[in-house]
Design a protein around this ligand. Structure first.
Ligand SMILES: NC(=O)c1ccc[n+]([C@@H]2O[C@H](COP(=O)([O-])OP(=O)(O)OC[C@H]3O[C@@H](n4cnc5c(N)ncnc54)[C@H](OP(=O)(O)O)[C@@H]3O)[C@@H](O)[C@H]2O)c1
Length: 239
């Protein structure tokens, strides 16, 4: 898909990987809508990127908020070509110390938010496929934590393993609707993620730009060529 004038939604666009994806998609000529709770951060990104970017305050855990944000995109642009389900967080710690609030928060953002946004865009993408033969592309940002478990991240593991299952099923379900589904499994990226997760970042992480460049590559693939899963790693995480 060529990205010029395509309409993209990036969740979790107020920071880290999501903000970089918004910058790079806009640089490729897409019209980007960024969803996150911190509107001041979205406004700062809009000032940086320019009219190609619109920030929409949205808590991805709230069904009505997600529905209304997607409707706002449709009313403004009339179509949705790309959904990057990027909003997410980890709260790490021993399994017997994880609070119900921490469990629910990770499940709600990392899984329910993906479900709500995806469910809201699929009818539009199916309509686009009926009109033009190509529906759109959903990219889910999981983690290497969606491929292997590790001590002290059991809840985060559960959400990202879940996202892998959701992505694989969705890929098989909507491919005949002309809708691509890709799932990314990155290792450590230098973002604010680790401030919230409660563990130090590895010494030599990947950069958001690295992952975002791969996103652009995956989106620009020919229509009948789907890169469904990618694992990304820093080569020397310890530096
Ligand atoms: N950093 C890593 O090492 C790493 C590795 C593998 C995978 N990942 C995944 O990459 C994705 C992006 O994370 P990041 O590293 O860029 O972390 P980050 O810098 O902490 O950014 C997280 C983003 O998610 C948004 N978010 C969190 N809760 C939200 C909610 N309830 N509603 C809407 N937005 C919400 C935040 O926006 P607001 O707070 O403004 O709402 C923020 O924009 C996540 O899915 C993460 O699991 C990260």
């Amino acid at each position: 898909m060529q990205l010029t004038n395509k309409v993209a939604i990036v969740t979790g666009a107020s920071a880290g990987l999501g903000a970089q994806c918004a910058r790079d998609l806009a640089a490729e000529g897409a019209r980007v809508f960024g969803l996150a709770r911190r509107k001041d951060r979205l406004d700062a990104l809009a000032a940086e990127i320019g009219p190609a970017f619109t920030g929409i305050a949205c808590d991805m855990t709230q069904e009505m908020a997600v529905q209304s944000a997607i409707e706002q995109v449709l009313e403004t642009s009339g179509r949705i070509d790309i959904l990057v389900n990027n909003a997410g967080l980890g709260k790490f710690g021993p399994a017997d110390t994880v609070s119900l609030e921490e469990w629910n928060l990770q499940m709600d953002v990392n899984l329910k938010g993906v479900f709500l946004a995806t469910r809201a865009v699929l009818p539009t993408m199916k309509r686009q496929n009926a009109e033009s033969g190509f529906g759109g592309h959903v990219v889910n940002i999981a983690s290497v934590a969606g491929l292997m478990g590790n001590p002290n991240i059991s809840t985060y593991n559960a959400t990202k393993f879940g996202l892998r299952g959701y992505s694989d099923a969705l890929f098989k379900e909507v491919r005949e609707d002309g809708i691509k589904v890709s799932c990314f499994y990155p290792g450590s990226i230098q973002t604010e993620f680790f401030d919230k997760a409660g563990i130090p970042i590895s010494a030599n992480p990947m950069m958001p730009e690295d992952i975002s460049a791969t996103l652009v590559h995956v989106l620009k693939a020919p229509d009948n060529y789907l890169i469904s899963e990618i694992v990304m790693r820093p080569l020397r995480p310890r530096g």
